[in-house]
Design a protein around this ligand. Structure first.
Ligand code: PLP
Length: 716
């Protein structure tokens, strides 16, 4: 009954029954080719935030020593898998969890990074300090290393070809780790395969590129990291027998898989000997065939998100046949000396989508040649992952919301607005979550103060240095946490400290400002923004006579994200429109009933509902006229911060003087936004593009989720 150990020729695993394991594995390796392979540079699915196997073991009170030990391991052991940098990865994880919940046959591929993305320390004088994330895949209870069939002592080896100039490939060995995203009922799973290039005999240039996600020490390392993902896919599929017909590129990072598919196709057409003689027409014929297998999601209009490599560099790391293909399919009018991998992915696919309606329109403007085929699938977040334990309890106890984890449409049907006891419980849960966040922060402030002598770190927060340096629960708390890219403008609302302080003094109301996030170690402007947040703390405190307390929480990750989105009273999003393609942290807040205060960018254009769910500020002009530059002098700080200072007093007085009205906004978020901005609905929209032959029950579930929302409608 509680047997969750399962095995096949590649090893022994834990998390689903043998029956479930066999059923799903058979589907992923079957002759019908009727499954999906999802390819992503990063996958964020930390098991300390969501772990249905742990939850199940907790519920059943394990009755055997083995199960008790597993549970112990899950709850105490190291659990995080540092395989993400931000929203892209967390979205990938949430998506795969929803595929598992909906029983959609999908497997996923990413890389294993021994030093993670990076861990962040913050020093008040220096700002961000990055260091390698310490973790051991060998000790991570949800990760399993695959084994050679018949040789359980030996790690499975996949041989990945790398061309470095000539026509002969160098083969590099990769090991494979599997994590299972298991459905809540433990009756389905989506395996994630992480390619691990830290193997005996691996050349240094590979090992170097395998250490850290988005390592940007050199362009060569960056290009090699992309190849390690894209070139590993076909050998992995062959080794495991995965037969997915459709490959879904979550961003273009893994696009070299298309290069390999094209090489195979053209080899079939011309024979190995004639491969280098291919004509443009041969390439077009092959591209037409390969494109039927590719679904591509583009995630950002921002340059840093799109790989371009010098043709001269690529001459060293490819064979001639590859370059003929890239000349034809990855060329870029505006940069003739480069290959543009976004253009490559744009050209070879059967479906391409952006991640919100506004982003669809922006992407069409950026890629007019492909405008007709660019559609929208608005992002979402995974309900059971992001609703806090306290809020979950309230939802569980409300009869009309039964099954909310799998059926986010329940929030639209239930009449929550009139339900006095629901409202009261929601309010209480919110207070509890706020208290949890405040306690966490106060403990941190104290720890930093008392440990100052033992570490060489200057505490990041001014509050650690003053006598009454702590936060009070119940004080209006505004949260902001995401990657520190300059276009996200983390410091926007501090553009005029005097104006901000003046608002609090005039209303005589205290406010906590809670910030977190990492800047890419090579992103100097991003790190400066982070440092500016620290530099503003004391002045803001003084100018507001202690009413404003600005805190920075180091080492942002999913667990901190969950605590913040549920513990704040409003969630701030201040990017330069229209550079935020979607944004998902605001959806996590909305899922807890927490209102957003946001620029009209990304998902918020769809989630704002004329002010029923929160507040908007900042430039709102048509995107045809919008300036897409990220140059510092084009970031519109003055204009957009002024707009924020105009609405902020209204937000504060609603919160402090009209709590019932504030609660209405929370309930509206549950009613209007949860049914839309969840990954179940999003996955169902992807399923429509996948053309899978699904069991009737699964197809019906997907169809009913699609009835909640159609991302691609031109207007609501
Ligand atoms: C959700 C999430 C993000 C994405 O935040 P955005 O506001 O969409 O940029 C980034 N990092 C972590 C850890 C998250 O959980």
């Amino acid at each position: 009954m509680h047997e969750l150990t399962c095995a096949n020729e590649f090893g022994t695993f834990f998390g689903v029954s043998q029956e479930t394991f066999d059923r799903v594995w058979k589907r992923l390796t079957g002759n019908s080719n009727d499954s999906i392979l999802y390819i992503s540079m990063e996958i964020g699915a930390d098991p300390d935030v969501f772990n249905p196997v742990r939850d199940f073991l907790t519920r059943i009170e394990p009755d055997t020593p083995d199960l008790r030990e597993r549970l112990d391991h899950y709850t105490k052991g190291p659990g995080k898998i540092p395989n993400y940098s931000g929203g892209l990865g967390v979205l990938a994880g949430d998506t795969l969890k929803s595929f598992a919940d909906l029983h959609i046959p999908v497997s996923a591929v990413s890389l294993l990074y021994r030093e993670g993305y990076f861990s962040q320390m913050v020093d008040n004088k220096i700002g961000q300090i990055d260091h390698a994330t310490r973790w051991r895949p060998e000790e991570t209870p949800t990760l399993f290393q695959l084994r050679e069939p018949g040789r359980p002592e030996t790690p499975l080896t996949v041989r990945v070809p790398f061309y470095n100039g000539g026509t002969r490939a160098m083969e590099v060995n990769a090991h494979v780790w599997m994590k299972m995203e298991v459905s809540r009922e433990l009756d389905f799973f989506v395996p994630e395969f992480l390619l691990d290039y830290d193997t005996p005999g691996t050349p240094d240039w590979i090992r170097e590129a395998s250490r850290r996600l988005y390592s940007a020490k050199s362009t060569l390392i960056k290009a090699n990291q992309r190849r390690m993902l894209g070139s590993g896919i076909l050998p992995l599929m062959e080794r495991l027998g995965l037969t997915a017909r459709t490959l879904h590129l979550n961003e273009q990072h893994g696009v070299s898989v298309i290069l390999h598919l094209l090489l195979n196709e053209i080899t079939d057409m011309l024979g190995v000997e004639q491969l280098e003689e291919m004509s443009d027409q041969d390439i077009d014929v092959a591209a037409d065939r390969v494109s039927r297998r590719i679904v591509y999601t583009i995630h950002t209009p921002v340059k840093a998100g799109h790989d371009r490599f010098d043709r001269a560099l690529y001459a060293q790391i490819s064979r001639k046949a590859c370059r003929l293909i890239l000349d034809r399919l990855a060329h870029d009018q505006d940069a003739p000396h480069e290959y543009n991998f976004t253009a490559f992915a744009m050209r070879v696919n059967r479906a391409v989508n952006s991640v919100s309606r506004l982003h669809r329109d922006v992407t069409r403007r950026q890629f007019p040649a492909f405008a007709d085929k660019i559609s929208a699938v608005t992002n979402g977040v995974h309900p059971a992952t992001w609703v806090s334990a306290n809020r979950s309890r309230v939802f569980d106890e409300c009869g009309q919301l039964r099954n909310w984890r799998n059926d986010p449409g329940a929030f639209a049907r239930a009449d929550l607005a009139e339900n006095a006891s629901f409202r009261q419980q929601l309010q209480q849960a919110w207070q509890q979550d706020n208290k949890l966040l405040v306690n966490h922060i106060n403990a941190m402030l104290l720890r930093h103060r008392t440990q100052m002598a033992e570490t060489w770190i200057e505490p990041p927060n001014y509050l650690s240095n003053i006598r009454d340096g702590r936060l009070e629960p119940g004080v209006f708390t505004l949260g902001f946490a995401r990657r520190f890219s300059t276009y996200k403008r983390a410091d926007l609302i501090f553009d005029d400290l005097a104006a901000l302080a003046d608002i609090l003094l005039r209303l005589n109301r205290p406010v906590n400002f809670i910030f977190a996030g990492k800047a890419h170690p090579q992103d100097e402007p991003g790190k400066s923004v982070l440092k500016l947040i620290l530099d503003n703390q004391e002045e803001l405190y003084r100018r507001s006579r202690g009413l404003a307390r600005l805190v920075f929480l180091p080492d942002y990750d999913m667990a901190l994200a969950k605590m913040m989105v549920s513990g704040c009273h409003a969630w701030l999003n201040s990017p330069k429109r229209p550079l935020e393609a979607s944004g998902t942290s605001g959806m996590k807040a909305a899922m807890n009933g927490v209102p957003n205060v946001s620029v009209m960018d990304g998902w918020w254009v769809e989630g704002y509902h004329n002010g029923l769910t929160g507040w908007k500020f900042g430039y709102e002009g048509p995107i045809e006229e919008a300036d897409m530059s990220e140059a510092p002098d084009t970031l519109m700080y003055e204009q957009d911060s002024l707009s924020f200072y105009r609405i902020f007093p209204k937000i504060l007085s609603t919160f402090y003087d009209r709590p019932d009205e504030y609660l209405n906004i929370a309930v509206n978020n549950l009613r209007l936004n949860v049914p839309i901005f969840n990954t179940h609905r999003m996955a169902a929209e992807y399923v429509e593009r996948y053309n899978l032959d699904l069991e009737p029950e699964t197809a019906e579930t997907a169809a009913s989720l699609r009835r909640l929302y159609n991302s691609d409608a031109e207007k609501e």
